[in-house]
Design a binder for this molecule. Structure first.
Ligand code: SF4
Length: 467
C-alpha cells in the first residue's frame, strides 16, 4: 500500500502548501488516502498561530502513534509552522515522528517521498491518472469531488512586519516573494487541471513585490486576471499599511476579482494598535477603506479582531466595538488573545494578563455586535438569486449542498443530484433565509462558468413519505 494521508490545519497558506505536497506525493507514486489508518505516510501540516492550534497539532501527532504502533512501516511527517518552531525539540517531544519539514523544505519532502515510495508495495498506480484525480478527474482518494474547483497559490512566504503578538515572522522568516512568472505558471497549471477560482495567499499578500522587477500586488493581479483560463480571483490576507489607491483603482478595472477584501484591523484602539506594532491608526484604516470603497462600492470588507490583548482597557475595547457597530465588516474572525512563545506580547501577558473571564466577556460582547452586522449583510440577499461556486455536501446537513458566493457568503440548498455535477459547478440559488453563518435557499439553475447562462434546475420533490 502506498497511500498518503495529508491533514491540514490553519490558514490558506497551509492549504496551498498541502496542495503542493499532494502533487509531489502523487508524482512520487503515492495515492491519496481519506483516513490515516489507510495510509503508509501521514503528513500533518500544522499551525501555531494560537496556543490551542499548537496543542491540537501535538494531540493529533500523539493520536497517530497508534497507527504507527500497529504498523511500524508507517511514517509520520510534520510540516508547517510547528515544524519550523519546534524542529529542534520535536524528536524529543514526539519520538515516533519520522520527519520534520519546514515551510521552505517542501522540495526536500518531495525527494524523501520519492525515496520512501520504494518501501511500499506497488499498487498499480498511474501517475498521470492520479494527477488528474487530485485536480478533479474521476476517482478515489480526494476529500471531495468539488475540491479541485478552488486552488490556493502562495505568492510569498514569511512576513517582515513583526506585530508583537504574532509568531509568523519568527517561524516563517521575513518576506520572501515568489517570482511572478513562477506564480503565473502555477496558476496556468491549476486552471488547466480544472480550477475555477484562484486564491492568492500570503501572510501580507498585498505587500507582494516581484523580486526582479519590483512589480507590486496590483501589477500581479492584473497579470493573473489576464490569463484566459482564470475565471475568478480572490486574495487573502491583506495588511492595511499596503492598501493604496493604485490597488483600489486596479481592483475596480478587473471584473474577475471576487468582491471581498479581507483587511485585518485587530483593534479599534490606537494605543492597542501601537502596542501591537500594526503601523496604522484607526483613522488611517478607515480612510483607506473609504478610498477603496469609492472605487469599489460593492466590495465586502472582512477582518480579524483580537480582544484581551495585554493592557487592553475597557475603553480600548469599546473602540473596537464602536468600529464593528458601524456595520462596516461583512464578516470578522474574532479571537481572544493567545500568547505565543518568543513574542513581546507574551512577555507583557506573563507580567500583566487580562483576566480570562474579562477577555471572555469582551469576546462575547464583540461577537454579539459583529454577528448583528454579519446577519444584516446576509439578510440583504434574501429574495435575490445569488450565484455560488459549489464546495460539496454540507458538513452539518448531508441532504444539502454548500457553496460560496463571490463575496464569500456560505449558501446552502437542498441536494437534488445523485452524482456530483462538477461540469456545472456554479449554482444559482434563490435566497429564502439568512443567519449569521450564511444563507439558505433553493437552487434554480446551474452554470458551467461564472459568466455563463444557467440551465434551469427542477425544484426538489417534497417526499410525503419521509415526513
Ligand atoms: S502582518 Fe500579519 S503575519 Fe505579519 S507579523 Fe503582523 S499579524 Fe503576523
Amino acid at each position: 500500500m502506498a497511500q498518503i494521508y495529508i491533514e491540514t490545519h490553519g490558514c490558506q497558506m497551509n492549504e496551498a502548501d498541502s496542495q503542493d505536497i499532494q502533487l509531489r506525493a502523487i508524482s512520487a507514486g503515492f495515492t491519496l488516502a481519506q483516513r490515516p489508518e489507510d495510509a503508509s505516510v501521514l503528513v500533518l501540516n500544522t499551525c501555531t498561530v494560537r496556543d490551542n492550534a499548537e496543542r491540537r497539532a501535538y494531540g493529533r501527532i500523539a493520536h497517530w502513534k497508534a497507527v504507527k504502533d500497529a504498523d511500524p512501516s508507517v511514517k509520520v511527517i510534520v510540516t508547517g509552522c510547528l515544524a519550523e518552531q519546534d524542529k529542534d525539540r520535536m524528536q524529543k517531544l514526539v519520538p515516533h515522528v519520522d520527519g520534520v519539514f519546514g515551510t521552505r523544505e517542501l522540495g526536500a519532502l518531495g525527494d524523501a517521498l520519492a525515496a520512501w515510495r520504494a518501501e511500499y508495495p506497488d499498487d498499480q498506480f498511474s501517475v498521470d491518472r492520479e494527477i488528474e484525480t487530485v485536480m478533479g478527474g474521476e476517482g478515489v482518494g480526494i476529500a471531495g469531488p468539488y475540491d479541485f474547483l478552488r486552488a490556493y497559490v502562495n505568492v510569498q512566504r514569511g512576513c517582515s512586519y513583526y506585530c508583537t503578538f504574532c509568531i509568523v515572522p519568527h517561524v516563517r522568516g521575513r518576506f520572501d516573494h515568489r517570482p511572478m512568472r513562477e506564480i503565473l505558471d502555477e496558476i496556468r497549471l491549476k486552471t488547466a487541471a480544472g480550477a475555477r477560482e484562484i486564491t492568492l495567499v500570503g501572510q501580507t499578500v498585498n505587500a507582494y513585490k516581484e523580486p526582479a522587477t519590483g512589480a507590486d500586488f496590483a501589477d500581479l493581479i492584473q497579470e493573473v486576471c489576464a490569463i484566459d483560463s482564470v475565471e475568478r480571483v480572490s486574495f487573502i490576507s491583506s495588511h492595511p499599511k499596503d492598501l493604496n489607491e493604485k490597488l483600489a483603482r486596479v481592483c475596480a478595472t478587473l471584473p474577475k476579482m471576487n468582491p471581498r477584501f479581507h483587511l485585518a484591523l485587530q483593534s479599534g484602539s490606537n494605543p492597542m494598535l501601537r502596542k501591537m506594532n500594526r503601523k496604522y491608526t484607526i483613522e488611517q484604516f478607515l480612510e483607506r477603506i473609504g478610498t477603496f470603497k469609492v472605487h469599489n462600492p460593492s466590495w465586502a470588507m472582512t477582518t480579524d479582531l483580537i480582544v484581551g490583548f495585554p493592557g487592553e482597557t475597557e475603553e480600548d475595547f469599546q473602540q473596537t466595538i464602536d468600529v464593528c457597530a458601524t456595520g462596516i465588516f461583512a464578516q470578522a474572525y474574532m479571537f481572544v488573545y493567545s500568547p505565543r512563545r518568543g513574542t513581546p506580547a507574551a512577555v507583557w501577558h506573563a507580567a500583566n494578563a487580562i483576566p480570562h473571564d474579562v477577555a471572555q466577556d469582551r469576546f462575547v460582547r464583540l461577537k454579539a455586535v459583529e454577528d448583528a452586522a454579519v446577519r444584516a449583510y446576509h439578510e440583504r440577499k434574501v429574495g435575490t438569486i445569488v450565484r455560488a461556486l459549489i464546495h460539496g455536501v454540507s458538513r452539518k446537513d448531508r441532504t444539502r449542498l454548500s457553496g460560496k458566493t463571490i463575496d464569500n457568503v456560505t449558501v446552502n440548498f437542498p441536494l437534488v443530484e445523485t452524482e456530483p455535477d462538477t461540469s456545472r459547478p456554479w449554482a444559482d440559488v434563490r435566497v429564502e433565509s439568512a443567519s449569521v453563518w450564511g444563507v439558505r435557499g433553493t437552487c434554480v439553475g446551474r452554470a458551467a462558468s461564472y459568466e455563463g447562462a444557467a440551465d434551469r434546475v427542477a425544484p426538489p420533490v417534497f417526499d410525503l413519505l419521509a415526513v
